[in-house]
Design a protein around this ligand. Sequence first.
Ligand code: 3NM
Ligand code: MG
Length: 508
Amino acid sequence: MGQYDIDYTLYLVTDSTPEILGNRDFFQVVEAAVKGGVSCVQLRDKKSDTGRLIEIGKRLHQICQRHRVPLLINDRVDVALAVDCEGVHIGQDDMDLALARKLLGPDKVIGVSVSSVDQALEAIDGGADYLGIGTVYATQTKTNTKNIIGPEGVRDILQELESLPKVYTVCIGGINESNVLDVISKSSSPSEHVDGVAVVSAIMAAPDPQAAAQRFITLLGHPSARPGQLAARRATALTPAVVGAVNDLTPLSHNMTNLVVQNFAANVALAVGASPIMSNQGDEAADLCKLKGSLVINMGTVDPDSLGNYVKALQAYNQARQPVVFDPVGAGATTVRRNALRTILGAGYLDVIKGNEGEIRTVFGDNDSHQQRGVDSSSTLSDDQKAMMVRELAQRKKTVIVMTGETDFVSDGTNTFRIDNGHKYLGLVTGSGCVLGTAISAAVAVCPGDKMVATVAAMLHFEIAAELAAARPDVKGPGTFVSAFVDELYNIRQSVAKGELGWLQRAK
Ligand code: 3NM
Ligand code: MG
């Protein structure tokens, strides 16, 4: 079996025919699609001579490597060997699987096209790493398809796989933005669903391939899509797409935040590419929630007036179906704050709740034995206990929970990640936790379909910027760190806009 653990969520199959590509540059189109969130690329070119194909493959592999997505070659085992990419995809009429495996060795990925249960079982038996199941719908892109099986045909195959060891699956054929969710839900059997969708024309022929891929990713994050379990790897892979989307779409980040951090939060919003508005007036939310954006409620300096304003704004954003990030600052510290917490939790739906250990414990209801000291963070739970707490709370609240600390924990109730990036200076300046809420709000605003991916992306952006800032020779301590940190948030965003993703290699 191939050594590469591939994220198949959005699988691009290339096509360089004039009908699809027009007069655009092939490499630019594919790179744009990858920037938009394509997680796996297959070079499919039935026309070019071998020498030219190897040239194209090598160049495409460089592009894919730069964005850390795998490249597979359709049909041509020889070309895959020459390019030394991650593997091949073979059809029923191509070289047989056993021979391909013999030539490629155990480490390369081999995918096989199947359109029936028998073909699927044979491919699994032969050691295929994934199945390309189709043809789902008739398509102009490939007119010589033999079997149009529809989503129901895909489901029949998936059903047979339920009792077998896990093999990855993608479906292909005529899939576009308007039918993708339908295809995924109709093709799912009770316990099996495809790990991704493969598309040619809906991305390669789109006027803006990057935006098309981004829209697919948003759709695939929709709960009804269930394109495989969200994995940390996938969230990391999608981070550039989220950071890039904030940069491109400039969402509003409406902050109802405390006096201490207003200026810092506004600068962080600008640095990540959002448009900040700092307004604690609940009545303004009725207008602001109509813009593309999200709300941050940070109860750092809560008083009876502000509490009424938070509730008003929360309900306005809920009604407009726009995301809300909640930061229960110092939640366990005083009776006033405990009451405020209860009021806010009862007033509406919170898309992301972010706090330090003491705050999340208070939200969890675990504060009896734990009187928080002021609003600082104090750590007492083990990592396993933290992971379990965020997971259980996320399940209970049906929301994304973030617990910050030296290691951060994030959960949507299904998947729980730890993020080990960051720097101790973040703990030595005021408001660093609060402004993370602002960064998360910007990401969630552009990726509401997958709040978990958005949150992880914002956190990686944030924590890695802190590492880069702290490492700068001009940073001598917490004071110089703050300005360098704002710079690095901005620099990372600029890098992503240029397709430079070296910074993401620090993700851990
Ligand atoms: N293989 P589009 S269908 C390359 O059924 C390919 O195995 C298929 O193109 C199969 O996304 C297909 O533009 C073309 O419909 C899919
Ligand atoms: Mg095929």
